[in-house]
Each structure stands twice: as C-alpha cells, then as structure tokens.
Design a protein around this ligand. Structure first.
Ligand code: PLP
Ligand code: ZN
Length: 404
C-alpha cells in the first residue's frame, strides 16, 4: 500500500516510510540509554481510503498493514482463538468475560506478531540480518520467523532468561549473545551493535513496526467480536508496546469510522516493575528501581515505550494497577483450572489484575472485558513448579489408589 506516513507525536513531524527507520530524527537523539525511548514513530494511514474500501463481509486487512503482503514471510502468525470464558467469569464475578489466547502463536507468544512484520519489512528493504534484545519472548519469536524466512537472527538476552525460551532460540538457529546483566543492559548493547555492525534492529518500540505488528491483535478481537469493540481489554505491561499496539489497532478502526469508541485499556504491571504504572498515576516518569518479578517478560527498569503507553491508557479512559508475584501465581493457577489455558507468569499478571478489577468493581459486572493472554505457560515451568507438589508414585494396584 504505502498508504501511510510515520508521525512523531512528540514534535508532530511526519516522514515518508523510507525517510526514517527507527526513531524521529529530531527527537530520537534526546534518548539516553537506560531511559525510555524518545520520538517513537507511529504509522498514520490514509483513513479516508480505508473507510471507503474496507468491507466487513470481505475484510481486506492489508489496508491496515504497513508492509505489503507480498513481503510477508510464509509463516502464519495470529488468527488466535477468541472466546467467552464463563467459568472463570463466574469465579471472579464477571458476566461477560472473554479471552484472546495469543499464547497459541507459533513460538508461543504475542511477540510473533511484531517479529512477523519486521521480517516482512526486512524482506522489502533486502536486509538479511535482524538483531534484537529481549527478555526471551521477542527473541524466540524473531528466531522462529527468521528460521521460516531464511534470515539471520542475532539475539541479546539477559543470562537469567527462562530455559525454555533459550532452548527455542537455539533450536531455531539464531545466534545468541547471553548478557551478564539485565534486559536494560541487553537493550543498550543491541543498539550499539546494529549501529556499528549493521543489521535491522527489531527492538521493541525502537522499530516502529513492532507496534504495527502487535496492533493486529486488536483488529482480530474486533472482527472476532462481530465487528464490535469490547468495553475493556486487560493487558500485562512491561515495555508498554503490546498495550500501545492494542490501542493503535482500535485507534486505526476509530479513525476509519469503523468503531465509535476505543475500549478502556487496563494496564497491569508487576509491583517491582512499575515504571509505567507510576508514570500514569503521577504524571512523572522514573525508572523502576530494582525489577525483581518472576514474570520475566514484564521485568524492566526503563520501559522503552513508556510515553506512548501512558498516552494509550489515558486516551482510552483506561487505568493502571500493579500485582504481586503471589497474586500472579495464584491467577496463573486460577486461569488454568477454570479455562484449560496455561499462561506464562507475565501473561498471568493480566489475570491477577482482572481479579482486582472485579473486586473493586471498576468496570461493573456486565461490561464485556477481554483478558489478553500474551504467552504460553510451557515457556516457563520452573516458576509454577516451585509452588506445586508432585504426587508420589504408587504400586500399580487398585487398592493403592486413594481418595477418588
Ligand atoms: C513482552 C510480553 C509482555 C509485555 O509486553 P510489553 O510490550 O513489553 O509491554 C507481556 N506478556 C508476555 C508473555 C510478553 O512476552
Ligand atoms: Zn519528533
């Protein structure tokens, strides 16, 4: 299509798609490593054209796509299940609760959506090597899409990333650089690497198409919900790119006249990784001092997309809350036993938030609420295993089977 420009919300300047690659050339240089990014770009489409051409009976999703489908890797992502969860709803006291299960993406997390679009962009501009820093899921997603597309993935991960994520990355054939430091350190190092040694950088929010990729989850929710926007979406937040992507998807639909109102976005962060939460509550930004949550995918000191995430929550008339690791693990078990969905700790943070939202009656009992499940539980079994007691083996005779 090419029917979009990049816009910097900080200075309002716009750029053609091939004039810029990462941050706004004017605002980006104000970014300091160890702080949120400045001048993150947003793709602004020709919404009049979309309004004229988009037909619900035959949806042309490429109207919303920042990369032409002919460049897409042959590796389907998205199209994940969306369905009502009555048992979980009854358990927490909500009458109209739904799940979008993005743990069922090919590499097991919503990150596949962003990696897919950045690899499509690499196909378009002819880049063979893609670089990223990640707590684990962006890395396994990029490694998977690169494997399918025949590209080289170079990946910087903190050394404490869960084993399953590392195994995925290695099996997919990516080059892994294990950083003796935090995710924030890996982020910094990967930027320096691409600057000095080349390759397309896929760092979350730094490459604007990560947001565009993630927005497809909102477009799908809308379509699967009979082309209606739900009342609210509950999102687990680390760097603040998923929540910005969800907002962007609904914002696009609103600009095109396809929905009237953007759902209220509930931002859920871990208590020790709460920089965006505090920013929303106080209007002042400060790094989280020592993120130590077991929900590794949302553990970050300086969330790269803090500014856009805050705007997404405020503009949607949303709100923000934090949850403890204990609440996260309890919610993980609750979701598993009432829905059959095993979600990783970071994804379960949203469910923990949902429990609080329901208790406080923030959205009422009848609102249509979507719980966004962002990652599969098998990505990290050590965390829930610590709280479980495995049964002892018995003799294979019926009399040894007790209690049932
Ligand atoms: C990355 C991730 C998040 C948080 O997304 P951000 O864009 O960093 O806010 C939540 N859950 C899972 C499973 C993730 O992989
Ligand atoms: Zn700018």
């Amino acid at each position: 299509m090419g029917n979009y420009v990049y816009c910097c919300r900080e200075c309002g300047r716009t750029y053609g798609r091939d004039e810029v690659r990462y941050l706004c050339p004017d605002c980006g240089p104000r970014y300091r490593p160890g702080q949120p990014l400045v001048g993150v770009l947003e793709a602004v489409f020709d919404y009049k054209l979309i309004a004229k051409r988009f037909d619900k009976s035959k949806p042309e999703w490429r109207l919303f796509s920042a990369v032409e489908p002919k460049y897409y890797p042959n590796f389907p992502v998205g199209g994940t299940p969306f369905f009502k969860v009555e048992r979980l709803g009854r358990e927490v006291g909500l009458k109209n609760l739904w799940i979008k299960n993005d743990g069922l993406n090919p590499s097991g997390s919503l990150k596949d959506r962003a990696s897919f679009l950045v690899v499509a962009e690499a196909n378009r501009i002819g880049d063979k090597q893609i670089v990223t820093a990640s707590t684990g899921n962006a890395a396994s997603a990029l490694a998977a899409v690169c494997a399918a597309a025949g590209k080289k993935a170079i990946i910087f991960v903190p050394k404490n990333a869960p084993k399953a994520k590392l195994v995925q990355i290695l099996l997919y054939g990516a080059k892994v650089i294990l950083v003796d430091g935090t995710y924030d350190d890996a982020f910094k190092l990967s930027l320096e690497y691409t600057e000095k040694r080349g390759g397309l950088n896929r760092n979350t929010a730094y490459h604007p198409l990560t947001i565009e990729g993630k927005k497809t989850v909102a477009l799908e929710i809308w379509a699967q919900n009979d082309f209606k926007a739900p009342d609210a979406v509950v999102v687990p937040v680390g760097d603040g790119v998923i929540i910005s992507g969800v907002y962007k998807g609904f914002w696009d639909l609103k600009q095109a006249g396809l929905i009237k109102q953007i759902p209220r976005l509930a931002c859920v962060q871990a208590k020790t990784s709460d920089a965006i939460h505090k920013y929303i509550m106080t209007g002042k930004y400060r790094n989280a001092v020592k993120p130590s949550t077991t929900a590794d995918s949302i553990s970050v000191s300086a969330p790269s997309n803090a500014h856009m995430a805050r705007r997404a929550v405020l503009d949607s008339k949303g709100f923000s809350l934090t949850v403890s690791d204990r609440e996260i693990l309890a919610a993980q078990a609750l979701v598993a036993r009432t829905t059959g969905i095993f979600s990783e700790p970071a994804a379960s943070a949203a469910a923990a938030g949902l429990v609080k939202i329901s208790k406080a009656n923030t959205l009422g009992k009848n609102a249509q609420i979507v719980l966004l499940v962002t990652g599969h539980g098998l990505k990290d079994i050590d965390t829930p295993l610590a709280g479980l007691k495995l049964p002892r083996p018995i003799q294979p005779i019926l009399s040894a089977v007790k209690g049932t």
